[in-house]
Design a binder for this molecule. Structure first.
Ligand code: SME
Length: 159
């Protein structure tokens, strides 16, 4: 049985350190990428408070396709360059304080107000993105971005 949770009162760097330790533990030695994304999506849901959707889109045949997530059913396919996820699929993390101000934002879940999306890069190519959405404006900051980018680096050869 896995029972991972952030410590009460933990700082963001502490939360991400614990999240990455848990993600390392559940994915180490497992070659099935879908299983690993599913467990990490569950961990994101456990560790990141004030979120309504957390999970993965995978790069398949040059476009993003929905992967494991925690949240409401979402858009299945997103073209690279479209919306926040599609922008991150070009290779740069997207930290969006107000999704309504982001040109081309795709509203899969009307509750989402802010969003952080980081690419997972293997051998110089984007193979997936990790998408975290919050019902609060400006929920995510550069500490969240650094934490999720470290998680993405861990997962690059595990998904
Ligand atoms: N809002 C995202 C779409 C994905 S969902 O929110 C799960 C975007 O604009 O890329």
């Amino acid at each position: 049985m896995y029972d991972f949770a952030p410590a009460a009162g933990a700082t963001k760097p502490e939360i991400y350190a614990a999240l990455i330790e848990a993600a390392d533990a559940v994915t180490r030695g497992e070659s099935d990428g879908i299983a690993n994304m599913a467990n990490v999506a569950a961990l994101l849901g456990e560790f990141l408070t004030d979120t309504n959707w957390v999970g993965f889109y995978r790069m398949v045949d040059g476009g993003l396709v929905l992967g494991p997530f925690v949240g409401r059913p979402a858009c299945i396919r997103i073209p690279v360059g479209t919306g926040v996820c599609g922008a991150a699929a070009l290779g740069e993390s997207q930290l969006v304080g107000d999704v309504h101000a982001f040109p081309g934002h795709i509203a899969c879940d009307a509750r989402s107000r802010s969003e952080l999306v980081v690419p997972v890069i293997r051998d110089g190519a984007v193979i997936a993105v990790i998408d975290c959405d919050s019902p609060s404006l400006a929920r995510f900051d550069t500490e969240d971005q650094a934490g999720l980018e470290a998680l993405a680096a861990l997962l690059a050869d595990r998904i």
